[in-house]
Design a protein around this ligand. Structure first.
Ligand code: HEM
Length: 546
């Protein structure tokens, strides 16, 4: 009955729109005829010509507006979205969405426990607040949803329209190539790194990190992470972290990092401008960075060909001696379809380095912030590291640092680095009672999931909830700091141990103190990622480093 009424109303509206459209078209047509008829070609007075120009311009303008309105009315009736504060009366909220995003996301989940549609400055977003719905879209329909939001990362603009593969993190679409690369990266991490060179690579980088009397936490953790990710991604001589070119590469990445995570109205306007003009400082930097990465790939291929020289007819794409992420991608080139080219590989490598280092920077910056905000908790972690003699990094024994691991989990619950995982649809589709338009963004509201009513005292920072008997009251499907389903983070399985181990080594060797006022945990720069605002700390080493 209700749906019949609804259908009647829709039909009524469409008919009304069509009727209005027809009437306006008649009026415009008549006016147009009158204009033509009114023109006295023989008189040729300048005044009449100008009036005609203006009139004709006005008519064309009116027609364009009418077409836009009709299309808008048509789309409104054709597509159905979950209800939400999405109409023009809420334009102010939409514009300020990015500024109070954390509060907004929590409030929206309270007002719409299942899902809602919000108009944001980057377009329409269907926000999923319920774990069942999140699973339906992010796992059940993962094939329909592209991995990244178009235009978010400016480097996507570099890729030619129509080219099958473009960059995202790692590729936007859940297609054959995205799948084989995802699988190759996971396999490489599990089989070639973990339990082998992984610990020593991380320990080497930990030895080099410069913690001082007054260090900028985000900056320091960013440079640590970039060097770590570069070593893991391309370990050959071409990417020496010691030379000047690498320094420039790091600086450029830092600039891009600052730009891509800004999630503001100004940023959206700039992206739009870039799309129109093709001009952008970030794009230029990006091109430099990609060119540099291409030199690694060429170097690696040169190396391979030298090895391949043994048998000329064999087109070897990679050797296994470097054993890094680049190798693992080069190794699947022959399985790819369409075949991965140099641009694709470079984009993919850049994504791994950028994403991995951004995320590690975020996680480590939050962890250190909570260390100084909750010094008693940090002391318990430090004692644990001492008791277990955890002076240097070891992934598998990080599992035994139960309290430190609980600390890491609680920090990522209260301050997840990815607050909303956003994918966008590839085509129109029907889902439940909704009809969703192609290129609609779907957001899994992670921050709301981590603060849902299923958590006991969700707003309290409580490490103990992850310990002993309390573990049984951790709600299921309500915690997801590393994404969902087939496109979840490739490092997912190892990230808790990785972060626990790094934090334990930091605490084992250093005392951390604040050097000024600390940012609030709720005041993160809430863009695509949730980062703590810039802050500095003082690190005092307990002993000389091992
Ligand atoms: C604390 C650290 C990290 C966090 C919080 C994190 C989080 C995430 C999330 C939420 C996604 C899913 C994104 C989406 O669906 O749009 C993702 C994907 C991904 N992550 Fe991470 N990540 C972290 C560290 C890393 C590291 C260290 C690496 C590299 C070694 C890495 C490599 C990837 C890759 C390659 C993907 C894309 C997977 C695909 O699309 O198939 N991540 N990560």
């Amino acid at each position: 009955m209700v749906s019949e009424n609804l259908t009647d109303k829709i039909v009524e509206k469409v008919e009304l729109a069509a009727e209005v459209g027809a009437k306006v078209a008649n009026v415009v047509g008549n006016a147009f005829e009158t204009t033509i008829a009114d023109v006295d070609h023989s008189s040729g007075t300048e005044e009449a010509t100008w009036t005609n120009y203006f009139l004709s311009f006005g008519i064309h303008f009116a027609m364009v507006i009418i077409v836009i309105l009709l299309k808008w009315q048509y789309d409104r009736n054709r597509y159905r979205y979950p209800k939400g504060p999405r109409d023009w009366r809420h334009i102010k909220d939409a514009i300020s969405f990015h500024r109070k995003k954390r509060e907004n996301l929590l409030a929206l989940a309270t007002d719409y426990p299942d899902s809602c549609t919000v108009m944001t400055h980057v377009g329409r977003l269907v926000l999923l607040n319920d774990p069942t719905l999140i699973n339906e879209i992010f796992i059940g329909r993962a094939d329909l949803v592209s991995n990244k939001v178009d235009g978010y990362l400016e480097n996507q603009l570099r890729y030619k329209e129509g080219k099958h593969i473009r960059t995202g993190i790692v590729f936007r679409h859940q297609d054959h190539n995205a799948r084989i690369i995802h699988k190759a990266l996971v396999k490489h991490l599990d089989n070639d790194l973990v339990g082998k060179r992984f610990d020593s690579i991380i320990q080497d980088q930990l030895k080099q990190i410069r913690l001082s009397e007054n260090f900028d936490v985000r900056r320091t953790t960013f440079y640590f992470s970039v060097r770590l990710l570069t070593t893991l991604t391309c370990s050959s001589g071409a990417a020496s972290t010691e030379d000047k070119t690498f320094e420039l590469f790091e600086k450029n990445l830092y600039k891009i990092s600052k730009a891509i995570h800004a999630d503001t109205f100004e940023k959206s306007a700039k992206t739009m401008l870039t799309q129109l003009t093709g001009l952008s400082e970030t794009l230029d930097i990006n091109e430099n960075v990609l060119d540099y990465i291409k030199t690694w790939i060429q170097y690696r291929r040169g190396e391979s060909n030298r090895v391949a020289g043994l048998s000329e007819e064999e087109t070897v794409t990679s050797t296994t001696k470097n054993n890094d992420f680049l190798d693992s991608i080069l190794n699947v080139i022959d399985e790819s379809s369409p075949r991965l080219d140099e641009d694709d590989i470079a984009a993919c490598i850049l994504d791994i380095i950028m994403h991995g280092s951004e995320m590690l920077k975020g996680a480590l910056s939050w962890l250190l912030l909570y260390v100084v905000k909750y010094p008693e908790e940090a002391d318990v972690c430090r004692r644990e590291a001492r008791d277990k003699n955890y002076a240097s990094f070891n992934l598998s024994s990080a599992e035994s640092l139960v309290h430190t691991q609980a600390f890491v989990k609680e920090v990522l619950r209260v301050s997840p680095i990815v607050p909303v995982v956003i994918h966008s649809t590839l085509e129109d589709f029907k889902w439940r009672k909704f009809h969703i338009q192609k290129r609609t963004q779907f957001g899994a509201n992670i921050i709301a999931l981590h603060h849902s009513v299923h958590w006991k005292d969700a707003n309290n920072f409580d490490v103990n909830r992850w310990l002993g008997d309390n573990l049984s009251s951790i709600p299921t499907h309500s915690y997801s700091p590393f994404g969902f389903g087939p496109r979840a983070c490739i490092a997912e399985k190892h990230l808790f141990n990785l972060l626990t181990g790094i934090l334990a080594v930091f605490l084992y060797h250093n005392d951390f103190e604040k050097t000024g006022p600390l940012p609030e945990a709720t005041s993160g720069t809430f863009g695509l990622a949730n980062m703590p605002p810039k802050y500095s700390l003082k690190a005092t080493p307990f002993t000389t480093r091992s």
